[in-house]
Design a protein around this ligand. Structure first.
Ligand code: CA
Length: 225
């Protein structure tokens, strides 16, 4: 099993490498975030053990960027900080597990083995309706092969509509899912944003993907595939 260890503390890196090698892993070490990112994106590893506090680029950024590049190797983040925020940030960044320092070597090994048993996480599916594709992992959008730049709100709106399929969704439902729950403005904001999205995904292509259902809301055109 090929393991990438990204750790800037030489003492820890050396002793972990020694232990993991003795346990049968082929270990490569990177001692800063940028090198770690390069290796994780260009070399095929079975698992990545990533320290959080790194020179150059921290562990969250490395993990996030690795996922953006479409690499789904399991990632275990090592953090010296304790607290719920780390857990949330680790999992948000696309990591599969995290371990707080100091940890014992047997615990680390058990976590690594458990992640290897689980295997690489499934790449989030690219949503597609009639040539319009939306990739929630990289937050990108294309029609045929033309990339479409969406603002975060436009992206969230389109993602929600695409996930709802041909079901009719009301403006209130859209507001609830796409806008902040505390949003107290007019539901007409939804209309405005649907207009923005149509102007980007439909108008230039002569397509009609988002249909208005008078008095009810919106639905997507049937995919036909
Ligand atoms: Ca460190």
């Amino acid at each position: 099993m090929r393991l990438l260890l990204v750790e800037d503390e030489v003492g820890i890196a050396t002793s972990l490498k020694r232990g993991l090698t003795a346990d049968g892993f082929a270990v490569e070490v990177a001692t800063d975030g940028k090198t770690g990112l390069w290796m994780a994106s260009n070399i095929d590893f079975d698992i990545i053990v990533l320290d959080l506090m790194l020179p150059g680029l921290n562990g969250f950024s490395v993990c996030h960027e690795v996922r953006e590049r479409g690499v789904w190797t399991p990632v275990l983040i090592l953090t010296a900080k304790t607290g719920e925020l780390d857990e949330i940030e680790s999992l948000d960044s696309g990591a599969d597990d995290f371990l707080t320092k100091p940890f014992s070597y047997p615990v680390l090994l058990a976590r690594i083995r458990s992640l290897l048993r689980r295997g690489a996480r499934e790449r989030p599916t690219v949503l597609e309706v009639d040539g319009l594709r939306l990739d929630p992992a990289t937050r990108s959008c294309w029609r045929e092969d033309v990339p479409i730049a969406l603002t975060p709100r436009e992206f969230d709106l389109l993602e929600f509509l695409m996930r709802s399929g041909s079901r009719v969704v009301s403006k209130d439902e859209i507001l609830e899912h796409v806008w902040n729950p505390e949003f107290e403005g007019s539901p007409n904001i939804v209309e405005v944003y649907v207009g923005y999205v149509r102007r980007k995904i439909d108008r230039p292509f002569g397509t009609e993907t988002i249909l208005t259902v008078p008095g009810s809301g919106y639905r997507l055109a049937e995919s036909g595939r």
